[in-house]
Structures are given as C-alpha cells and as structure tokens.
Ligand binder design. Sequence first.
Ligand SMILES: [Zn+2]
Length: 169
Amino acid sequence: MLIIVDDEAFLKLVQMVAGKEGARAVDILLKKPNLSDEELAQQMEMDVKELRRILHKLNEQGIVSFDIHRDKETGHRIFRWRVQKEQMIGFAKTQMRKLYERLQGRLEYEQSHQMYWCGTPGCRKYTFEEAVDIFFKCRTCRKPLSLHDNTPLINALKNKIAQLEKNLQ
Ligand SMILES: [Zn+2]
C-alpha cells in the first residue's frame, strides 16, 4: 500500500471524526503510549469521565486500543491506551475515499452546470435555470449576472482528485 500518512495528517482526520479533544488525546498518546485514562486526563486537564467517553469513541473507530492491567496495591483495573498505528492507514484510506467521492461529485456538477455570477465577492453563483428565473439580476446586489468561468475551480478539483487517486491506488 502506498499511502503515507504523517502524524499531522492523521490528527486532522481524527479531528474530523472525534473532535478536537479526541485529536488532542491521540496526539498525546502518539508521543507517550500506554498512559492510563487517569494519567491522560491529568495531562489534558480534563474530566476523566469525559475523557473515557472520548476514548471509547476512538476505540470504536479502531483508532486506539487498550490493555487491562491490575494495580498491585489496590487491585483496581487500569486501562492503558495506545494508538493503533497499523490501523492509521485503513482509517486514513476510508476518510480519503469519502473526500474523493465528494470532490468527484462536485467536479461532475461544475462540469455539467454553467454558473452565472454578478462578480461581487460574497454573492452566490446561480445555475442557468435560476438565472433565467431572476432575469439575470443578482438577488443580493441587483447587478447583472454573467457567465462565470469555473475553469480554475475545475482544474483545482481535478488536481486534488488526481492526488487522492494516487494515494488510493
Ligand atoms: Zn451580487
């Protein structure tokens, strides 16, 4: 498999599915594996119950796993957490495939629709049908609409898609 995922890219993907705190927990565990939930909560300065909820979610996604130890003195069970590095590739691949499909859909849309625009930054673009309905006048600023050249966007989408394709092969 050709996917190269660095920690930073991985953390961005983690944040997408498990939020900021989830990504923060993973970041710490990447640097210091096998922390217990108590130790990790201390480092993150967050409530241990809240952290356990996040760890559980990360575990469901296969991002982290745990070993159970027993405290010799108290006999309590201790969960020690680590990031499943081997799973990073599979996880990243799934996320990339989702992104790829989204971009592909957007590309098809851009290629099959001519868009009309008033040229005012912040104003939206209209499809031909919408532009006809409003007599080619922008609903927001009332300026006339003209055909918008979406070639730069199409090229940018194609580039990104080609990049993802290379990674997903
Ligand atoms: Zn406008």
